[in-house]
Every structure is written in C-alpha cells, then in structure tokens.
Design a protein around this ligand. Sequence first.
Ligand code: C2E
Ligand code: CA
Ligand code: CA
Ligand code: CA
Length: 279
Amino acid sequence: AKSSGRNTYQFYARRMNEQVTERLLLESHLRQALENNELELVYQPQFAIKSRRLVGCEALLRWNHPEHGRIPPDRFIPVAEDTGLIVGIGRWVLNEACRQLARWRDSGLPCIPVAVNVSARQLARHDFIEDVEHALRENGLEGSLLELEVTESTLMEDPDMAAGQLARIKEMGVRLSVDDFGTGYSSLAYLKRFAPDTIKIDRSFVCDLPDDSEDAAIVSAIIHLAEALGMDTLAEGVETEAQRQFLGSLRCQLLQGYLMGRPQSAQEMGDLLASRKTV
Ligand code: C2E
Ligand code: CA
Ligand code: CA
Ligand code: CA
C-alpha cells in the first residue's frame, strides 16, 4: 500500500509538472500572440425577440496559434488575466472592435452596437477610460455604438472602483451589460447602483428551458426584476425554438445563441448586416 501511495504521489507530481509546463508554454506563446497577429475577433449576432431584427453583436476573441491551431478563450483568457497580459490584449480587442465597426460603416453597412468583454484587471486601470475614449475618437464612433460586458464577479471584486469607472464610461454614452448574470455573487443593491442597460442571463439557466421548472422560475424572476428596474434582458446560449418561444412569452427582449447565429468572421458578419436579416 505504501509503495502504491508513493506511485500515486509521483503520478500526481508528474501531472502537476505537466500542467505547470503547459501553462508556462501557453504564457510565453501568448506574450507573442499580439505582435505576431495571431489574435482575431469573431462576432456573434444579437436579435430583438419581437421584431426578430439584428440589433447588435458581441466581439469574441480567437487565438490562431501557428502550430497548435485555434486555442479557445476559456483556456487562454485565465492565463492572460493571471499574468496581466489581458491589459494589452483587452486594449487590442477594444480598438479592433471599434475599427471593425468603422469599416462596416465606411462600406455603407448599417451601424449596430458592438459589445466587448472587459476583465477586472482592465477595468481597474486608471487609463481604461482613456483607452475607451481613444478607441471611439480614433474611429469617429458615438459612445452608444459601444457596449461593455462586465461580469458580476468583476463588479463585486471592488464595487467602489467599478462604480467610479462605470459612471465615467456612461458619461460617454457607452452602454453597459452585466454578463453571466446569476452565476456569481449577485447583489440586488449593486444592480441598482451599477444601473446596467442590459442584463445577460447566463447560458446555464437557459439550456434546460422550458422543461426545468427551477430554471424557468429563475429566468422569469430575472426578467421581471430587470423590467421593474428599467433594464433589458438578453438570453445567452439560445439553441432551440422551444427556448426562443418560452423566452418570448416571458417578455425577454434580446436573444443570442446558435439558434440565431454562431460567432462568425467580420466578413460573414458584414454579409449579415448587408442582408439586414431577420430570424
Ligand atoms: P461569454 O462572454 O459568456 O461568451 C459567450 C460564449 O458562449 C462564447 O464562447 C460563445 O461562443 C458561446 N455561445 C454563444 N452562443 C452559444 C450557444 O447557443 N450554445 C453554446 N453552447 N455556446 C454558445 P467563447 O467565444 O468560447 O468565449 C468564452 C468566454 O471567453 C466568454 O464567455 C468570455 O468570458 C471570454 N472571452 C471571449 N472573448 C473575450 C475578450 O475579448 N475579452 C475577455 N476578457 N474575455 C473574453
Ligand atoms: Ca460576454
Ligand atoms: Ca456570458
Ligand atoms: Ca461566460
């Protein structure tokens, strides 16, 4: 038993080592990703549930590594956050999303707001406000064409800091949405304080609709709360017609998910804008 215990330990030690090595490798590659132009944004369409019109899109980061292929954001964003690399990467995302909006506009396409994900480390920086101002000004965009997506946990990490930063962001007309709503430590008092334009209902509450009665109760409560506070609700991860109908019956306003459209290249999103598609 003793020797098997030691073997188990060695096994875990080796596994740990592999994980550490993998992470270090990822980190060193990530440092070069920006310079080497390996980052790309894809855009997922957002639709109004009633009119079925395309009303916005979310910019989602992709890393195309020359040897390892496409590395999903869930694997590299945590590393970028831990190492602080997210600050430079996040600035690039903000600028690139605004540049892309300007490209669509300049080729005569209708303007819809683009939503950009913002990490806690970015929001906490003093120069974050200037970064946002710069990205808008450089591309001749009104603030209302930009939406920042901030998770509950980011807001709750340092609520005073977040409230200060977001108040300045709002003065520019930039929109705010609370991402992954319901998964973190949500406080209703803070919802009032941050006064987001939109609440994004997390996919985990949407995926088992309409059959799961608990999820149905939670989603219904979120929508009623948002309605009473004058905020819009967007349901994430909508994959089935039954989910869409159910969310419509609860008066959810906005939908995003594979049923309506996957994250797609800037070119494909441009085609979608040109077709002024309804779903
Ligand atoms: P998120 O902000 O909650 O983004 C939504 C994720 O759900 C995206 O995954 C999207 O592709 C996926 N999704 C959308 N519709 C559906 C659906 O109908 N079904 C299913 N199963 N999934 C759906 P993605 O692109 O892999 O991004 C994962 C996470 O990485 C994001 O979650 C966000 O937290 C983070 N992320 C992505 N881009 C950025 C970025 O530029 N900056 C920061 N800080 N985080 C980012
Ligand atoms: Ca998001
Ligand atoms: Ca989300
Ligand atoms: Ca998420």
